[in-house]
Ligand binder design. Structure first.
Ligand SMILES: Cc1cc2nc3c(=O)[nH]c(=O)nc-3n(C[C@H](O)[C@H](O)[C@H](O)COP(=O)(O)O)c2cc1C
Length: 348
């Protein structure tokens, strides 16, 4: 798949997720094999106003590359201005959000709302593509609702507007996250345009990743919720898709190590106070299914000192080791990874 100078065979990509794909999580996923990572979406209006929190989200590091910055907005003017600001932070490419279903975005004419205004969607896409010198891509859903599925028109418009790739989440806006993503609509979108198509929706393990490539004919795939607490999904998917090799599920040691690393990165990038607090909701997803997890989690979410958190996690590992020696560690054999209900509260 080619986007500008990026050229990767069947990339497995970390999807943009608000409150999840910050620098710490992106770096973790990168280390675990994600080919491309995306920032959280960033409001064009907020960038325009110079809102500090939004500006901070534009910061990307060289070790994350290739990395895309995603912006959303409802007017050509704000999106062009935001694109120019985002470009100065030197992401590898810029992505436009035409898929967000939540009220605070779609209710204000941005995100998925633009699926109902194809002319405006084209105007925003082409103006942004002209405004910057880095490649511009878009991410969208298959339509507003099941009576108005228009993904074929949309991908053709995006191609004509100069988008260099399009990511398609196989749900409508009205589906939110219900039901199953319709991969056949993604296949139709792929057949209807000649820019790279990135398939998205309901990849929970490496087998799903391989199945999604086969079912859609897409050039790349994008994983969102399936990576939360499970960055291992990237190396596993890449290995199965590109080499045909099935990697083993992560051991409890690897899962605890990933939680520890995530916490350290979170503190490094957000400072001790915010880094620790924001990490709290992640522990249960990393440790899901391990014996005694609720007890250690209760301690972890009350602790403020990163050194003590590292000790607690090391202690939990020792506890698992002891059970393993006694033959009493009932690992869930990877099943925890297929539990389709991440314990995170998802507001997006
Ligand atoms: C917590 C959360 C936050 C999200 N934030 C964004 C976002 O900022 N931009 C975006 O384009 N999609 C966002 N999404 C949608 C995901 O990128 C993805 O399209 C969706 O979760 C379907 O893929 P999955 O089944 O692999 O999770 C978000 C999804 C979740 C669950």
């Amino acid at each position: 798949m080619r986007i500008g100078t990026i050229d990767i065979d069947r990339p497995v990509i970390l999807a943009p997720m608000e409150d999840v794909t910050d620098r710490a999580f992106r770096q973790l996923c990168k280390r675990h094999g994600a080919d491309i990572v995306y920032t959280e979406f960033i409001s064009a209006e907020a960038l325009r106003r110079g809102a500090e929190k939004s500006i901070r989200k534009l910061t990307v590091a060289d070790h994350e590359r290739p990395v895309a910055v995603q912006i959303f907005g409802s007017t050509v003017e704000s999106m062009v201005e935001a694109a120019a600001i985002a470009e100065t932070y030197e992401p590898d490419y810029l992505d436009i959000n035409f898929g967000c279903p939540v009220k605070k975005v779609a209710g204000r004419g941005a995100g998925a709302a633009l699926l109902q205004e194809p002319e405006k969607l084209s105007a925003i896409a082409s103006a942004v593509a002209r405004a910057v010198s880095i490649p511009v891509t878009a991410k969208t859903r298959i339509g507003w609702d099941h009576d108005s599925i228009n993904i074929i028109e949309i991908v053709r418009r995006l191609e004509d507007s100069g988008m260099q790739a399009v990511a398609v989440h196989g749900r409508t806006r009205s589906d939110m996250y219900k039901g199953k993503a319709d991969w056949s609509r993604i296949a139709e979108a792929k057949a209807a345009c000649s820019i790279p198509v990135i398939a998205n929706g309901d990849v929970w393990n490496a087998d799903d990743a391989a199945a999604m490539f086969a079912a859609t004919g897409a050039d790349g795939i994008m994983i969102g919720r399936g990576s939360i607490g499970n960055p291992f999904i990237f190396a596993q998917s890449v290995s199965l898709v590109r080499q045909g090799v099935r990697l083993p599920d992560p051991s409890y040691r690897e899962r605890i190590a990933a939680a520890t690393e995530h916490m350290r990165l979170s503190v490094e990038y957000k400072g001790e106070k915010y880094g620790i607090v924001e990490m709290r909701r992640h522990y249960s997803t990393y440790l899901k299914g391990l014996p005694g997890v609720s007890k250690v989690r209760n301690l972890l979410v009350r602790e403020l000192d990163p050194a003590v958190i590292v000790e607690l996690l090391a202690g939990f590992e020792a506890h698992c080791e002891a059970l393993e020696r006694e033959g009493r560690l009932k690992e869930s054999g990877g099943e925890f990874l297929n539990d389709h209900s991440p314990k995170l509260t998802l507001n997006y």
